[in-house]
Design a protein around this ligand. Structure first.
Ligand code: SF4
Length: 350
């Protein structure tokens, strides 16, 4: 295994930049002189600790309580995972009105607003909270800033499940911004105390652009004590950023509605590399490759390793691809099961 290590620059103080802003790198596509395809398999890639915990929770809930187990929104934003669980008896709903009273209900990794928790309690649902702890951390920061009378600028994508949940913690105190230009349109009465928070799955580069603009317009704006963009998002972006410099093409395994997967594709494109976001090898276009390219393969935090391996098999079979592992950073993060499930223990089904 070839490992490339790169030290992270430390987190910066209030109004500063998040880590891993690697800037632009010059891109020199590597043409394979022997005419064969080379695949650089990025690591870390795929499931993060939050997704692992959410998936394990749903699996355990179905096996313990029996189907159906209702899930508020998709358990994670991945077609393959959602369809697999549908086959096992999970029922995904966008409204709690669709959940019969007294049923088992699981909140997905993206988290929910307090209003959804209240409705679940009113309907006597047996709620299991599989919110990723790193999303909960952002919720708690929002609650704290709102309590201290700050106006919170949340950097995130409108309509994303996580953003809806976070804004629901203090709707009257939170303003959403998506682009640096949005910052220019913000107006607050003199003396307003300001703080910013970010969605966990943003592009580090994009977030830094917005944070820089915020710091210029509102010097002294308070920032969270620790980055909100999670370790998994940052590490997967870092790997793509580094490996893109060697790539002709980047393949990102993940679904179109997966925020962190989309950011990986965009990052490669920003680095000047052709990139595709695909659910599986079946999505690979017949005219994407000649067969002599260097291809980086990675996966968003909600994409299972199975679809990665199927993609590698396809590239091996079709183009004789040689696979080379490239580990940019080690990950060793695990989250405990939700408290509602901790007392349950069933044998693991292979
Ligand atoms: Fe948690 Fe990050 Fe994974 Fe989202 S991507 S579930 S915030 S670890």
């Amino acid at each position: 295994m070839i490992s490339v290590w790169r030290e992270a620059s430390p987190s910066l103080p209030a109004g500063g930049e998040l880590r891993y802003d690697l800037g632009r790198v010059s891109v020199m596509p590597v043409r394979r002189s022997d005419g064969s395809m080379k695949v650089l398999l990025a690591s870390p890639r795929g499931f993060c600790a939050g997704v692992n915990m959410a998936i394990e929770s749903l699996d355990l809930a179905i096996r313990s309580f029996g189907p159906p187990v209702y899930v508020y929104h998709e358990i994670v934003h991945n077609k393959f995972v959602v369809e697999t669980f549908r086959g096992k008896g999970a029922v995904f709903v966008d409204s709690l009105e669709d959940v019969p009273e007294g049923s088992n209900l699981l909140f997905s990794a993206h988290g929910v607003s307090p209003e959804i928790r209240r409705v679940a309690a009113r309907r006597r649902l047996n709620a299991i909270d599989a919110t990723c702890p790193l999303v909960t951390k952002v919720h708690l920061e929002a609650i704290r800033y709102a309590r201290e009378k700050y106006t919170i600028i949340l950097i995130g994508h409108e309509g994303h499940d996580e953003v809806i949940g976070t804004m629901g913690e203090a709707p009257e105190a939170i303003v959403l911004v998506e682009h640096p230009d949005d910052v220019d349109r913000l107006e607050f009465p003199p003396g307003t105390k300001l703080a910013y928070l970010t969605q966990t799955t943003l592009s580090v580069d994009d977030a830094n652009r917005i944070i820089r603009r915020l710091a210029e317009r509102f010097p002294g704006i308070a920032s969270p004590p620790k980055d909100d963009i999670c370790y998994a998002t940052q590490n997967r972006q870092e790997a793509v950023s580094i490996l893109s410099s060697e790539a002709d093409v980047v393949l990102v395994l993940g679904s179109q509605n997966s925020s962190n997967s989309q950011r990986l594709k965009e990052l490669a494109v920003e680095r000047g590399v052709r990139a595709y976001l695909i659910d599986s090898a079946a999505d690979i276009g017949s005219d994407w490759f000649r067969g002599d390219e260097t291809v980086v393969v990675t996966a968003g935090a909600s994409a299972p390793e199975q679809v990665v391996q199927e993609c590698l098999n396809f590239l091996r079979d079709r183009f004789g691809a040689q696979i080379e592992m490239r580990s940019i950073r080690e990950e060793d993060v695990h989250f405990p099961l939700p408290r509602e499930l901790r007392s349950l223990s069933l044998p693991v089904v292979p």
